[in-house]
Design a protein around this ligand. Sequence first.
Ligand SMILES: *[C@@H]1O[C@H](CO)[C@@H](O)[C@H](O)[C@H]1NC(C)=O
Ligand SMILES: *[C@@H]1O[C@H](CO)[C@@H](O)[C@H](O)[C@H]1NC(C)=O
Ligand SMILES: *[C@@H]1O[C@H](CO)[C@@H](O)[C@H](O)[C@H]1NC(C)=O
Ligand SMILES: *[C@@H]1O[C@H](CO)[C@@H](O)[C@H](O)[C@H]1NC(C)=O
Ligand SMILES: *[C@@H]1O[C@H](CO)[C@@H](O)[C@H](O)[C@H]1NC(C)=O
Ligand SMILES: *[C@@H]1O[C@H](CO)[C@@H](O)[C@H](O)[C@H]1NC(C)=O
Ligand SMILES: [Cu+2]
Length: 608
Amino acid sequence: MWYPRHIFALFMLLGFLGSVRATRTWSCPDSITSSVPVAFTLVLTEQNISPDGFQRKGILTNGQFPGPILEVCQGDEVEVQVWNELPYPVTVHFHGIEQRGTPWSDGVPGVSQKGIQPGSSFTYKWTATEFGSYYYHSHERGHLEDGLYGAIYIHPRDSVERPFAQITDDLTQLGAMHLAEQTTKPIILSDWRHLTSEEVWEAEEATGLDAYCANALLINGKGSVSCLSQETINEFTSEDLKPILNGAHLTDIGCVPPTIPAGQGPYQHNFSAIPEGLFSGCESSRGATEILLVESLLQYSSWDLINAGGLATISFSIDEHPMYVYAVDGRYIVPELADVVKLVPGRRFSVLVKLDKPPGDYTVRSTIVGNQILNTTATMSYNAAIGLRNAPSTPYIDITGRNATPDAVLLDETQIVPFPVEVPPHTADRTFVLNIDRFNSSYQWTIGNSSFPLALEEAAPLLFFPDSEVAHSHLAIRTTNGSWVDLIFYVRSAPQPEHPVHKHSNKFFYIGSGQGEWNYSSVEEAMRHIPQNFNLHNPPRFDTIATPAAMSGPVWTAVRYHVVNPGAFVIHCHIQVHINGGMSLAILDGIDAWPQIPEEYQLSSTNS
Ligand SMILES: *[C@@H]1O[C@H](CO)[C@@H](O)[C@H](O)[C@H]1NC(C)=O
Ligand SMILES: *[C@@H]1O[C@H](CO)[C@@H](O)[C@H](O)[C@H]1NC(C)=O
Ligand SMILES: *[C@@H]1O[C@H](CO)[C@@H](O)[C@H](O)[C@H]1NC(C)=O
Ligand SMILES: *[C@@H]1O[C@H](CO)[C@@H](O)[C@H](O)[C@H]1NC(C)=O
Ligand SMILES: *[C@@H]1O[C@H](CO)[C@@H](O)[C@H](O)[C@H]1NC(C)=O
Ligand SMILES: *[C@@H]1O[C@H](CO)[C@@H](O)[C@H](O)[C@H]1NC(C)=O
Ligand SMILES: [Cu+2]
């Protein structure tokens, strides 16, 4: 336990901090004495917004975009009352929150609740059993992409062992790291579209196309669009894309054109129904620039990077400032030093940044990785020195997220070691092989044997009807409480993009992945043939894992989880248009130990 030894260094820093500016530092004693829940109210409204300088209809949460942060202590009882003042039904999901014993608060329409009708409210209640970085977002239709998202941060109990002693044994620095963590702040990264989510979905249905292009990137809801010349776009087009493009060029928004067969599969399309902005039609615009203020006297700052967008994999870096990545999806890891990190939608990294550079402004960069060239920037400013140092800072990455300097280090997710290590059992009780594929058109998808119809969001919620036809169909898997379950995400046909698969309720162990066919009945059998593809001795725990891009053949990813929280949940791709297109599967966990639903959540007593 290093904490007590560091009190002195901590107080010195607090002294500095007090003289600089008032900031709340959090402490979460082990015995939370108050049984009073921490209550939040979120009021959702529709308004014209222009986060990147381009005006469109969007969702504000308490008048803000992104929504306000929900910040609590580990162990707190949390109540979030959502008032829906939008003209359509909506639900709110708490991404990564395990909802232990509260499956009715998971926020999935047709699975754990009915949509909250316009003009009414719903109160989500859950316990902050785990700590770290999470976020909330809409789970109804595509409304996440209209701006309904905001950060959640759960401060760890004081007694939880931090991983910072793996970085240094210098007491002052350890105190500074601890203080940085206590005052950590979200950096919400997202892609942004100029069409509303309903316009995008209508366009997919009218054209038969998968709408895989964004119009802008945002950092904490702020950004700009700088249209590039076709020359620049061609110059930056990656070697990986050239064979796919087969002589064609990326569009003026830097995106793979919809006419490229590899991007859309062998289906019929109506190209004349494509609206402006969906695949092309660049308009330069200027929104606000996010300023991240830091104080060099504090030596370190901590940031919770969240990819809250519904589409793009994002590359992130802060010029001249390496990051110690110390938590992933809210779980500590042995800190890894990296200059650049890549986040799929749904992923969170908590990072420490050492503030040891000359005071001044440093550019913060966010770019799309993959099938589009798009970027935005923010500024990290040393507090005492805004505007002091005007020379541009030196980038680690270019506008495509590739190295701008040869030695820039990208975080290698496969090297992540959890802190502390937890070991799953060597075998599982059940194995489900879930096929990930297109289904019948470019924009419809399967995970498992079927494609989850969007219309089922309005059906009777499975939590209340575990014996319904849907609950017994291929749209759901059923598990028994206490069992260990393996899910194999099997991407059989190529080419397919990365699919960031997110599991609701408790986190899984990420135990393996590989190229080639999955022709095994279990992980145990696969390990007899390809043991090198598995890690059962120190696998990390995530709630989101991307299946690798399938460029030329099949790929698979294996996760293992313990069924401990009976209830109706889902596992789905976090690319929003892929969920709309059916890439979602209900998980009826612990069906033999189904919970008694409290009176206040009975369908008759909610807004239904
Ligand atoms: C293709 O889209 C256009 C524009 O929306 C529409 O007029 C036309 O009927 C569509 N063609 C087919 C074959 O559906
Ligand atoms: C994208 O990056 C380039 C190169 O650093 C920069 O000049 C441009 O301003 C960035 N675009 C935006 C919208 O920030
Ligand atoms: C598959 O697509 C065809 C048209 O291409 C349509 O008629 C059929 O209903 C679709 N099937 C399903 C299950 O969506
Ligand atoms: C898919 O269908 C096969 C054959 O009916 C079945 O064995 C398997 O359990 C199904 N998988 C899922 C995830 O429903
Ligand atoms: C479900 O299983 C977990 C782990 O074995 C156990 O802790 C929990 O009490 C069980 N729940 C019920 C309702 O039986
Ligand atoms: C699985 O397929 C691979 C080729 O993709 C083959 O080498 C291997 O022998 C197969 N394993 C089994 C158990 O059939
Ligand atoms: Cu997907």
